[in-house]
Design a protein around this ligand. Structure first.
Ligand code: SF4
Length: 64
């Protein structure tokens, strides 16, 4: 598995949904108010996919 997950900082509106679903991987940055990936490769993929689906602005992407 070489692909990585990332959050587009311009698109994220800081709703917290991804962190709520998969806090192992996504965490809101207290300074920016936006979600950051704290563990690009090590997360449970089903929860990552769920977080992607839950994001209201589609800010979460895979980078091949
Ligand atoms: Fe940002 Fe999307 Fe996560 Fe909400 S679900 S905090 S908009 S990346």
């Amino acid at each position: 598995m070489s692909r990585k997950i990332y959050v587009d900082q311009d698109e994220c509106i800081g709703c917290g949904s991804c962190e709520g679903i998969c806090p192992e991987v996504f965490q809101l940055n207290e300074e920016t108010g936006k979600s950051e990936v704290i563990k690009p490769e090590g997360g449970p993929e089903d929860l990552i996919e769920e977080a992607i689906d839950s994001c209201p602005v589609e800010a979460i992407h895979w980078q091949e």
